[in-house]
Design a binder for this molecule. Structure first.
Ligand code: SF4
Ligand code: FES
Length: 198
């Protein structure tokens, strides 16, 4: 077992666990968007940041990919962490201003506007890729992927044509943290084998 501290509380983790896994085990809340325990972490959203401290030294890391180590001192809600989280939420507000879920989350941290440029006021996807990973790693359908490049990048079926690989299981809708996948379903699933409840 590996022993370390989260917010001053002594915790134990198994070798190979991440800081986020350990925090969840102990009921310590760290906000996440692109993480789901059923798939490999990707580190896409950065919202799960925590601070590691040792004496005067401190650094901010993403907890969903940071491996536990003996003697770590982790802080999940320090001023530095809150500042970084607010900054990330401001960026997300600019990236997907049409997502009510992101607006609500940002408001919880006092972020109600953004200083970053909004390129598409209708955008509601943060391109976290969680839907793609669940479809590939859990469902095994590989029905969706990232399509396009740069500002044109989006989630969809290959060539943005409704695909026959979609089994209409709804897993992508369930895990999507912004609500975007619900609105993309028709463009992805083509003729589903099972009609999905809306
Ligand atoms: S549709 Fe949802 S889950 Fe998929 S990339 Fe966009 S925000 Fe993430
Ligand atoms: S939850 Fe860790 S980077 Fe998204």
């Amino acid at each position: 077992m590996v022993e370390f501290e989260i917010d001053g509380q002594k915790v134990q983790a198994q070798e190979g666990w991440t800081v986020l896994e350990t925090a969840r085990k102990y009921g310590i809340h760290i906000p996440t968007l692109c993480y789901h325990e059923a798939v490999k972490p990707s580190g896409a959203c950065r919202l799960c940041v925590v601070e590691l401290r040792e004496g005067d030294w401190s650094k901010v890391v993403i907890s969903c990919m940071y491996p536990v180590a003996e003697g770590l001192k982790v802080f999940t809600d320090s001023e530095r962490v809150k500042n970084v989280r607010r900054w990330i939420l401001e960026m997300l507000l600019a990236e997907c201003p049409a997502s009510e879920e992101i607006r609500q989350l940002a408001a919880q941290y006092g972020v109600t506007s953004t200083r970053f440029a909004i390129h598409d006021p209708d955008q509601d996807c943060i391109l976290c890729g969680l839907c793609v990973r669940v479809c590939a790693e859990v469902v095994g359908a590989n029905a969706i992927s990232t399509v396009g490049r740069g500002v044109h990048k989006q989630i969809g079926a290959p060539y943005l044509e409704p695909g026959s690989d979609c089994v209409a299981c709804g897993s992508c809708v369930t895990v999507c943290p912004t609500g975007a996948m619900r609105r993309r379903l028709d463009a992805v699933r083509g003729k589903p084998k099972v009609e999905l409840a809306r």
